[in-house]
Design a protein around this ligand. Structure first.
Ligand SMILES: [Zn+2]
Length: 243
């Protein structure tokens, strides 16, 4: 949502919420067999977990409080409504996104704190889920070695012992770059950085699926049943109306 001085012309941008769009069909590493553009309960569940991790970082590391979730019909939106964030310009937003997603390799890899911790945890999470075939595609010659050392690398990342990544030699650096790139694609970056982008409004129906786009009160206990229009109708949730 964006606020303008002259809304009809979309001129005089004043502020807008920071939004993270985690689309289950575009996950960089899928937990399921869905092909391109496909969505199933598994990848939706993965999208839900990822959006919760982002919100943890936003609240614990950046001290942000006004976080709202919604179900988009294909994934989840996380909107940050804290006032200082809403006035950030595009490049500042990009930095927040890089930080929160672990999308950039921190410059000082020996530091086990702050930025480095978020990056390391997401890099480890992504690597853990990365199928060997993907490794082979990207690192045709080094995949076997990376796979063989995967446990050690995961440990090194999680404990902040980045020097242990050297067991992979220069491949370690390239692997980190690859993981950073994957990390940054858990969200649709265009949505997050663009201060004028408009997200799907909750309580509209996603055209591709028969589920409701809706606000989520409690992301931890959210289940897809809650987004099925039939349930909405039968549950008498007056605010959402008919599908
Ligand atoms: Zn799937």
């Amino acid at each position: 949502m964006a606020l303008y001085e002259h809304p009809s012309r979309r001129a005089g941008w004043i502020k807008s919420e920071l939004a993270f769009d985690v689309d289950a069909k575009d996950l960089p590493v899928k937990p399921c067999g869905c092909g391109e553009g496909g969505v199933c309960e598994k990848c939706l569940e993965e999208a839900r977990r990822v959006v919760m991790l982002f919100s943890d970082v936003l609240s614990s590391d950046l001290g942000l409080r006004d976080l709202r979730f919604s179900y988009s019909g294909r994934g989840f939106h996380l909107r940050v409504l804290d006032e200082p964030v809403s006035r950030l310009e595009q490049n500042e937003r990009a930095q927040v996104v890089s930080y929160v997603t672990g999308g950039v390799i921190p410059t000082d890899l020996s530091l086990a704190l702050g930025y480095s911790r978020v990056f390391r945890e997401f890099a480890a999470r992504t690597l853990e889920r990365l199928p060997e075939e993907r490794l082979r595609e990207v690192f045709p010659r080094a995949a076997a070695k990376i796979q063989q050392k995967k446990e050690e690398v995961l440990q090194a990342l999680r404990r902040g012992r980045m020097e242990e990544m050297r067991t992979l030699g220069e491949k370690g650096e390239r692997l980190l770059e690859f993981l950073a790139r994957l990390n940054s694609s858990w969200v649709d970056g265009r949505v997050t950085v663009d201060v004028k982008r408009i997200l799907r409004l909750p309580s509209t129906l996603h055209s591709g699926v028969s589920m409701k786009c809706m606000y989520i009160k409690d992301i931890e206990s959210f289940s897809l049943d809650q987004a099925v229009p039939k349930f909405v109708r039968e549950g008498g949730n007056g605010g959402l109306g008919k599908a």
